[in-house]
Design a protein around this ligand. Structure first.
Ligand code: DX5
Ligand code: ZN
Length: 228
């Protein structure tokens, strides 16, 4: 699981977030963006505590994982939940290729990153806009991904925080070999500056699934980000 994901993120990539997809036809929406070239599908897990909304659990993540794996892709699970260490096993069993949790959500980031890798997944640590980059400094080489939120977590369709490229630049020397993922407000306008700052995995939800033609929107954002 983790090897396929590592290969996929070796080069810059856009990861469509299904949060903004039509859930009544989720499989078809995933197939549509994968036919356009997407290989990493981003799954947002929210618990109603760390962030107010409740979204996707392991059951739906597993159903999406089957569709994505059949098409040669990987699932990027973004946990916006309290005590993420309690849930990682269920998401690994559901087919997650990478699991990212928030530094603000647990005092056990070091142990949880190691536990995610022990489950055969790539491991990611996320930070909110209000969290300083130094929060990940002691986790170097334990994480495959460092996710820098470019909006406050919880909802799709928010505006990109314009100070984010500067934050990603300050993050870059602290992440070791991990790739920098960005999430929130990514579209054809915002992707170039955050790519130039050093991000290489670009999550986009509403800019893809809110568009009239999600496949064309995916390709336009990938081009703007310099991604495949
Ligand atoms: C927000 C989620 C995002 C969301 C991004 O908390 O983590 O993944 O889907 O949505 P857009 O791209 O619409 O900002
Ligand atoms: Zn997300």
């Amino acid at each position: 699981m983790s090897e396929r994901f590592r290969e996929l993120i070796a080069a810059p990539r856009v990861a469509p977030s299904i949060l903004s997809a039509d859930f009544a036809r989720l499989g078809a929406q995933v197939e549509e963006v994968m036919a356009a070239g997407a290989r990493v599908i981003h799954v947002d897990v929210m618990d109603g505590h760390f962030v107010p909304p409740i979204t996707i659990g392991p059951l739906v993540a597993g159903a999406v994982a089957d569709v994505v794996h059949d098409a040669g892709g990987a699932i990027d699970v973004h946990m916006m939940i309290e005590a993420p260490e309690r849930q990682i096993e269920e998401f690994a069993k559901a087919g997650a290729d990478s699991i990212t949790f928030h530094a603000e959500a647990t005092p056990h980031a070091n142990r949880t990153l190691a536990a995610i890798r022990d489950l055969g997944c790539c491991a990611g640590i996320a930070i909110n806009p209000g969290t300083p980059v130094e929060a990940v400094a002691e986790l170097r080489n334990l994480a495959d991904l460092v996710l820098c939120m470019t909006v406050n977590p919880g909802w799709g369709g928010q505006s990109f925080i314009t100070t984010s490229p500067d934050k990603v630049e300050r993050l870059r020397p602290l992440v070791g070999t991990a790739k920098i993922e960005v999430d929130g407000g990514i579209d054809t306008d915002t992707a170039p500056s955050i790519a130039a700052a050093g991000a290489s995995l670009f999550v986009a939800g509403s800019a893809i699934f809110g568009a009239a033609d999600p496949a064309a929107a995916y390709q336009a954002i990938a081009q703007a980000a310099g991604a495949s």
